[in-house]
Write a protein that binds this ligand. Structure first.
Ligand code: HAM
Length: 412
């Protein structure tokens, strides 16, 4: 039987790998403008990190983790997301002693055993940020603005920023009780998943995509009406700074997010172009996660964006011309010399395409014009003797003779 990639995973190659790289490069450039530094954490961690961090009762922990026992009989999990690992690293290396606010970015593969569909994979890649150590609502707004800025810069325009507040544990408990009393009256009409959510995590019922559940909960109480004074003020400040940063947003009172660690601000940036998997970037504030992990409260905010989803929205022409040369060598006698020249050009930062097999001038030029680079360099017997080479502009067809030193200056 032919070997195939595992269900829910995919190979990224050709134009897609270029899109992938451009997305990551742009993210790094923008995160750097906001003073974020890179952190690289392991792809697998102890299972208990995610159980404690993301929370029992969430879909990720209950159903979606790739967990296995290693040869040392430890329970190990392939990371389903990046936040818990970054926080673990922050605590382990006592980074709280260094500076009040640490800002990190990361990118890499994440793993969730979900039902694969367009825009949803079992191995997928995220770019994300975590800012650890500030209660300021300006940070929430700044991070949302940064995510919005990033999506705009990679050319994704049809997007909507949705925000909500899920309050602090105190006001959320009051709201949760209210919501439960409301849901009790609708219980029999909820889907089977929501019946379980009702017991374990009732806020998640508001997030259910089943039409009948949406209808039943249309009149459900909303959390913003139950925020205490501090949480309300925090939310008002976030909105004020979003206005200052010129980020258009919509309040979505049903936005609750699927991970347990959030407090106060939650947000998602969505598009209607990807069907059911329309959330391209999502995150929020998590003031108690570090506390859950056994340390003091360290207030934090972050987000992550799915790179595969972004790739589906980014346009890229398949045949964009790149700066570089096709090096055509004519005659077996000049082969060694031509390969030597290719090395020198590459050493000087010039992209070189060169064939191993001898070709006629005509065949070489045909290949050059298909090679998506700006120039051809032609070396025959005469050029080898005189230590010159012909530089041909592949767009205009103009040709000129250069020596090695000057061709490097010209091409750079
Ligand atoms: P999340 O909402 O679980 O949040 O994932 C963030 C983004 O990752 C989603 O909006 C989506 O674009 C992408 N994503 C998630 N699952 C899949 C999948 N199966 N296939 C393809 N893309 C997917 C988090 O992961 C949080 N750690 C975000 C965060 C950071 N909150 C605070 N800091």
């Amino acid at each position: 039987m032919a070997l195939k990639a595992v269900r829910g995973t995919k190979d990224i190659y050709g134009i897609d790998s270029e899109k992938f790289r451009e997305i990551v490069n742009k993210a790094v450039e923008i995160f750097n403008n906001y003073n974020y530094e890179q952190i690289i954490t392991p792809i697998f961690e102890e299972t208990s990190l995610f159980q404690r961090g993301i929370g029992e009762g969430t879909d990720i922990v209950d159903k979606e983790m790739y967990t296995f026992i290693d040869k040392g009989k430890r329970s190990i999990t392939l990371r389903p997301e990046g936040t818990a690992s970054v926080v673990r690293a922050f605590l382990e290396h006592k980074m709280y002693g260094e500076k009040k606010l640490k800002r990190f970015f990361y990118y890499g593969p994440m793993f969730r055993y979900e039902r694969p569909q367009t825009g949803r994979y079992r191995e997928f890649n995220q770019v994300g940020v975590e800012a650890i150590g500030s209660y300021s609502p300006v940070l929430d707004a700044e991070i949302i603005a940064m995510g919005y800025d990033f999506l705009k810069k990679i050319g994704i325009n049809d997007i909507e920023v949705q925000i909500n507040s899920v309050g602090c544990p105190v006001c959320r408990k009051i709201y949760r009780d209210k919501l439960k009393s409301f849901l009790e009256t609708k219980y029999d009409n909820l889907c089977e998943d929501c019946k379980i959510r009702y017991e374990k995590n009732p806020l998640r019922v508001l997030d259910c995509k089943v039409e009948s559940c949406k209808k039943e909960t249309a009149e459900a109480p909303i959390i913003i009406d139950y925020l205490d004074k501090d949480c309300k003020e925090h939310f008002e400040e976030v909105k004020k700074y979003l206005d200052i940063f010129k980020v258009p947003y919509k309040i979505n009172p049903r936005l609750v997010r699927g991970l347990d660690y959030y407090t106060n601000t939650v947000f998602e940036i969505v598009t209607n172009k990807l069907g059911a998997q329309g959330t391209v970037l999502a995150g929020g504030r998590y003031n108690n996660l570090i506390n859950e992990m056994g340390s003091k409260d360290v207030p934090s905010v972050g987000f992550a964006a799915g790179i595969e989803r972004l790739m589906m929205l980014v346009d890229k022409e398949a045949d964009e011309i790149e700066k570089g040369v096709y090096l055509a060598w004519i005659g077996e006698n000049v082969k060694e010399y031509a390969f030597f020249i290719s090395k020198i050009l590459r050493e000087n930062g010039i992209k070189v395409i060169i064939d191993f097999e001898e070709k006629s001038m005509k065949a070489n030029m045909k290949k050059a014009s298909k090679s998506k680079v700006t120039h051809a360099v032609i070396i025959g017997e005469d050029e080898k003797k005189t230590k010159n080479m012909i530089l041909k502009d592949l767009e205009t067809g103009e040709q000129e003779l250069y020596d090695l030193e000057n061709i490097i200056i010209k091409l750079k």
